[in-house]
Design a protein around this ligand. Sequence first.
Ligand code: IPE
Ligand code: IPE
Ligand code: MG
Length: 249
Amino acid sequence: MTTNFATQVTLPKSSRAPGLHVALIPDGNGRWATSRGLARAVGHRRGVRPVREAAEAAPSLGISTLSVYGFSSDNWKRPEPEVREILGCIREFVASERARCVRDGVRLTVIGRRDRLPRDLVAAIEETERATARCAALHLRLAVDYSARGEIVAAARRSAAPPDARAFDGLLGADLGGRSPDVDLLVRTGGEQRLSDFMLWECAYAELVFLDVPWPDFRRAHLGAAVDDFRLRERRFGGLPRGAASPAT
Ligand code: IPE
Ligand code: IPE
Ligand code: MG
């Protein structure tokens, strides 16, 4: 019997999901500001609008989950006033977007650690998560005090004492996969081409798009172009290219 390998490829869960999972690394706020002689804080404040725009544009682009890197666990290394500014912008966003999210059917949740965040930020997060819990047009996930390695280590701890290595893989994958679907497309602005500890597990087969545009200048057209680029790519997940099934030799 001829084995058509291509037809045996089992598509991962995300491919069967109702829409795309897009991850955004909004980088370049500081450089945007300093190149204009402005304080880095101004760049962070100007970085709020593009997040809102991306969320507004997402459903019409076929995106059902949008994960945005707001503050990494390594960003605690920055000077305290800048950290306060970034977390302040996030609190402002989470609180001010609540009504709009409910109106537009956007479920807003926050991933990452909460135990080191200011109490008023945690309160705003909890209130918005509660208010938007039943919304289903888009799942907007903000990553705050987030570390992908930290998430993997935490999942490993929860998968405690498995009987054998295979069970461990299954438990770990189910834990991480149950919390977050695989990423289809990752977009990073600001010119750097790295993941900076963002969604390492979920990005195993993500298509990567790196843009030179600094985040404050990011508009819905950039997101649309990235999704168009993504749709032209052939995803193989380790299988063969479409139509490349060869006779068994
Ligand atoms: C990204 O912009 C925003 C956060 C890290 C919160 P940066 O602040 O990293 O901007 P650049 O990379 O220094 O320009
Ligand atoms: C990644 O950007 C974190 C966020 C965008 C929130 P960074 O600016 O912190 O990453 P590195 O330091 O350039 O890798
Ligand atoms: Mg940066």
